[in-house]
Design a protein around this ligand. Structure first.
Ligand code: SR1
Ligand code: MG
Length: 419
C-alpha cells in the first residue's frame, strides 16, 4: 500500500477496512474522531464509539516531516518503524506497562493501539502535585526488564548484534545528538532562553570548558555504546499514570544505546519537577518535594535490585555466566558492583544534559513554563542548572543517589541571585 495521510475524512473508512480494528467496535456508524495535538512530531487521533465510550482506539501516524514545523521540515518515517519495533519488544518483557497494539502498518507508518482514557500524562500529574504510590515500583520494573532483556547479559552474542543492527534509528538519534548534546551548549540560533536568565548563568555552562568536555563525553557514550534497546525519550511526558497503573508510551526515539540514557531521562525530569515545587514554603509543597526525592531514590534502588535479580536468575537458569566461572568466589559480585556504579555515574551524566537542554534548548517543559513570572522561572532554572552542572562534573564521585538528593535539597534552599 502506498503512503497517504490519515485525516478526519478518511480515517473511519480506513479503520473499518481493518479486521483487527473491526472487532474493537460494535458499530462504525457513530464514531467520534478527535485529533490530539499534544505531540510535535506526529498526527494522533482518538476514535470513540459515541454509543459506548469504552470502545475506543488511539491512532498515531508519522508523516514524512515534523508535524508542527510542516512539510518544509522533512523527516523520514523510520521513526514509526522504530516505535513499532520498540512497542513489540517492550510488551514482550513488560506487557502490563505498554499499551496493547491492535494493528500496525509500516507502509502507512501507522500504529493503532489501546486508548489510555483513564490515565493522565505523568508530567501533568506531577505539576499538579499528585502523589502516585506505584510510580517508583512500576518505572523501576520497566527499566530493569527492558534494559536487562535487551542487553548482552541476557542475549546471546549473535542475538545482541542482530538487535543492534535492527534498531538503528538514525534520524531520531541525530535529533538527540543535536538538541540534547550540542545546540544547548553553544550559542545556537535554535536555542531559546528565558529573557530573565542572567547571561552569566548561560555562560557558566556554554563557556565552561569542564562542563563542555563532560557533555562531549556523554554525547560520545550516547553515540557509541549500544548496550540495550532504549525507549530513547523517557521523560515524564512519555509516561501515563493513575493511582493503580503506569504505562510507558511513545518510544519513537528507540535505538540501541547506553542504559543510563533512559534512567537519566527519568531522573532529570523528576528533578526538574522537584525544582518547580521546592521553592514553595507551604507544608503541602514541602511534603510533595520530599516525596519527589524519595521517588528518585526508590526509582534507582528498586531498579538496581531488580536488574541484579534478573541477572542472577538468568545466569542460574542458563547455567552459564557472562564472565565465565568464578574461581575466587567473589569475582561476579565485584563486576556487578563496578557495573552498577558505572551505570549510576552515566545516568547522572545523562540526567544533567537532559536538565540543561530543557532550559537552554528549544524544547521546553511545562514544569518551568507554567510560571508566567520570568524572574521566578529564571531563579528555578538557575537552581536546576546548578544541580545539573554539579552532577555532570562530579558524576564519578557520587556513590549513591541519596547524596544527589542532598545536593538538590541544598541548592533549592539557596538564594541563587537577587530577585
Ligand atoms: C526538536 S527537539 C524535540 C524533542 O521532543 C522530543 O520529546 C525529544 O525529546 C526531542 O529532543
Ligand atoms: Mg514523544
Amino acid at each position: 500500500m502506498e503512503y497517504y495521510q490519515l485525516n478526519h475524512s478518511n480515517l473511519i473508512d480506513y479503520l473499518q477496512s481493518l479486521p483487527a480494528v473491526q472487532q474493537r467496535f460494535s458499530s462504525f456508524d457513530n464514531l467520534d474522531v478527535k485529533e490530539i495535538n499534544d505531540g510535535n512530531m506526529n498526527f494522533a487521533f482518538v476514535v470513540t464509539n459515541k454509543q459506548d465510550p469504552n470502545q475506543s482506539v488511539f491512532v498515531k501516524q508519522a508523516p514524512p516531516y515534523i508535524k508542527v514545523m510542516g512539510e518544509q521540515w522533512p523527516l523520514t518515517r523510520q521513526r514509526m518503524t522504530a516505535e513499532i519495533n520498540a512497542l513489540h519488544y517492550q510488551s514482550s518483557v513488560c506487557p502490563e506497562m505498554v499499551p496493547e497494539v491492535y494493528y500496525q502498518s509500516e507502509a502507512l507508518s501507522v500504529v493503532i493501539m489501546q486508548n489510555l482514557s483513564k490515565h493522565a500524562i505523568l508530567r501533568t500529574e506531577l505539576i499538579q502535585a499528585r502523589y502516585l504510590p506505584r510510580l517508583a515500583e512500576d518505572l523501576s520494573t520497566f527499566l530493569a526488564e527492558t534494559l536487562f532483556y535487551s542487553s548482552g547479559f541476557a542475549l546471546s552474542s549473535g542475538d545482541k548484534k542482530a538487535m543492534v543492527s535492527k534498531s538503528c534509528n538514525q534520524d531520531m538519534c541525530q535529533i538527540t545528538e543535536d538538541f540534547v548534546f550540542t545546540y544547548p551548549f553553544e550559542h545556537h540560533e535554535m536555542n531559546d532562553y528565558n529573557p530573565a536568565l542572567p547571561q552569566s548563568v548561560i555562560d557558566s555552562i556554554q563557556k565552561n570548558p569542564t562542563v563542555r568536555a563532560q557533555v562531549a563525553e556523554m554525547k560520545y557514550i550516547f553515540m557509541n555504546k549500544p548496550e540495550a534497546l532504549l525507549h530513547g525519550d523517557l521523560h515524564t511526558g512519555s509516561v501515563m499514570v493513575n493511582e493503580q497503573q503506569t504505562f510507558v508510551i511513545d518510544p519513537e526515539f528507540s535505538f540501541a544505546g547506553p542504559m543510563g540514557f533512559d534512567i537519566g531521562a527519568l531522573i532529570a525530569n523528576l528533578y526538574i519537577n522537584y525544582f518547580s515545587h521546592a521553592h514553595r514554603k507551604s507544608a503541602e509543597s514541602v511534603n510533595y518535594s520530599q516525596w519527589l526525592l524519595e521517588t528518585i531514590d526508590q526509582l534507582w534502588y528498586k531498579f538496581e535490585e531488580k536488574f541484579l535479580c534478573l541477572w542472577s536468575e538468568h545466569e542460574l537458569k542458563q547455567e552459564q555466566t557472562f564472565m565465565g566461572k568464578d574461581l575466587s568466589g567473589d569475582s561476579h559480585q565485584t563486576f556487578r558492583q563496578v557495573f552498577m556504579q558505572q551505570l549510576l555515574n552515566e545516568s547522572l551524566g545523562f540526567a544533567a544534559c537532559k536538565i540543561i537542554r530543557r532550559i537552554l534548548g528549544v524544547a521546553k517543559v511545562a514544569d518551568f513554563m507554567q510560571f508566567e513570572d520570568n524572574t521566578l522561572r529564571a531563579k528555578l532554572e538557575t537552581q536546576a542548572l546548578k544541580m545539573a552542572t554539579t552532577i555532570l562534573v562530579n558524576r564519578q564521585s557520587f556513590k549513591n543517589i541519596a547524596d544527589v538528593n542532598k545536593l538538590a535539597g541544598v541548592i533549592s534552599s539557596e538564594t541563587v541571585f537577587n530577585v
